[in-house]
Write a protein that binds this ligand. Structure first.
Ligand code: NAD
Ligand code: ZN
Length: 359
């Protein structure tokens, strides 16, 4: 097991990464202010992993309640959030009850937001069960639910007490979800670490085959980078925005096709290709660099061509992205492979060329 530290001005927590950690109550217990917990999970994960966690907690004398939510991004809503509050209140859970998110990014985001709100703030722990959640959503304290008018529009910055990433849980993850997580892994290499990018190019097949050592190394490296970036900029006033590489285009794909048509990671993958193409238009990357990006994304089992949304739709959906500041579109682009920058100076002509070059 490897343990990383995330240090923020008013929070400091460990990220444990390893195998067979789900029942390691020694990692959880020090973070529970009272022996009372509520596990929040969904109907897909519950039959796989709920019983061992629940039993381990009960064996330690921890009063444990369970909230099983329906599975899916379409349930990341107020109504589902209320099911968590209903269960906590019906169970007389006091404010110091620790909420444990056992699931992917949807469960993690909703449980975190519920914890931020419940009695003005209950402790919370992340046990991410998807690759995407292990390398991205469980670390850094962004929590949210969706609104009919926009994804992740209602939420809070609220940090967990500990993050426990157990590689074994990834064994049951569908291949498509694993690839979607790899999109975020590749993102870290592209935005800040050329050496890690080269490592990914040599190890992408091992990662897809769920080689334990390769997965553990990748999760560790991504969490290190995320912890470092979030440590510098918790509330995304600067450097944290680099983590949105591929996301302005990606969110437009998700919204343009209707949420759920493509997985988030798939949209981000095609979005990173567009970000690379835009960087080439600006003279920062050359054709061989862009080819490297495309090839790695393809080998990860991800789409490299965005769907044809039509220029008007692209601009409209990118305009609704949270990355818009004072009406200007902001893109995360690549100065070189392994070095991302934020730019709000991409001209309409460049965008038009990049987006039409796709189709
Ligand atoms: P998800 O939570 O929907 O999980 C994907 C699917 O895999 C679900 O059907 C889930 O039930 C299933 N699953 C999860 N773990 C499994 C396992 N071990 N075995 C078998 N099946 C399993 O999707 P996700 O990709 O983990 O997360 C996407 C969400 O994360 C989005 O809502 C996105 O907005 C959010 N997100 C948040 C942040 C953040 O910083 N808070 C960052 C990135 C993404
Ligand atoms: Zn993402």
């Amino acid at each position: 097991m490897i343990t990383l530290d995330l240090k923020l001005p008013d929070a400091h927590y460990p990220i444990h990464i390893g195998r067979n950690l789900l029942t390691r109550t020694d990692l959880l217990k020090p973070h529970l202010p009272i022996p009372s917990a509520a596990i929040v999970t969904n109907s897909t994960i519950a039959p796989l992993y709920l019983a061992p966690l629940e039993q381990a907690l009960k064996a330690e004398g921890i009063a444990t309640r369970v909230v099983v939510l329906p599975d899916g991004e379409s349930y990341k809503t107020w109504d589902t959030l209320n099911l968590i509050f209903d269960a906590l209140l019906a169970g007389n859970c006091e404010r110091k009850t620790t909420l444990i998110a056992l699931g992917g990014g949807v469960i993690g985001d909703m449980t975190g937001f519920a914890a931020a709100c419940y009695q003005r703030g209950a402790p919370f722990i992340q046990i991410p069960t998807t690759l995407l959640a292990q390398v991205d959503s469980s670390v850094g304290g962004k929590t949210a639910i969706n609104h009919p008018l926009g994804k992740n529009m209602i939420g809070a910055f609220y940090q967990p007490r500990v993050v426990i990433a157990d590689m074994v849980l990834l064994d049951t993850l569908p291949d498509r979800e694993l690839s979607a997580g790899l999109a975020e892994v590749i993102k870290y290499g592209l935005l800040g670490d050329a050496e890690f990018l080269a490592w990914l190019e040599s190890n992408i097949e091992q990662l897809r085959a769920r080689d334990p050592a390769a997965l553990e190394y990748a999760v560790k490296r991504c969490c290190e980078m995320k912890a470092e970036i979030v440590g510098q900029d918790e509330k995304e006033s600067g450097v944290r925005a680099l983590l949105n590489l591929g996301h302005t285009f990606g969110h437009a794909i998700e919204a343009g096709l209707g949420y759920g048509a493509w997985l988030h990671g798939e949209a981000v993958a095609a979005g990173m290709v567009l970000a690379a193409a835009t960087s080439q238009e600006l003279g920062w990357l050359n054709a061989a660099d862009v080819e490297r990006v495309i090839s790695l994304i393809q080998r990860a089992g991800l789409p490299v061509r965005a769907p044809d949304l039509g220029l008007t739709n692209w601009l409209e959906h990118m305009g609704h992205d949270k990355k818009v500041e004072q009406g200007k579109l902001r893109f995360v682009l690549l100065k070189q492979l392994g070095q991302a920058v934020i730019s709000s100076e991409v001209s309409h002509d460049v965008l038009q060329r990049v987006l039409s070059g796709q189709n």
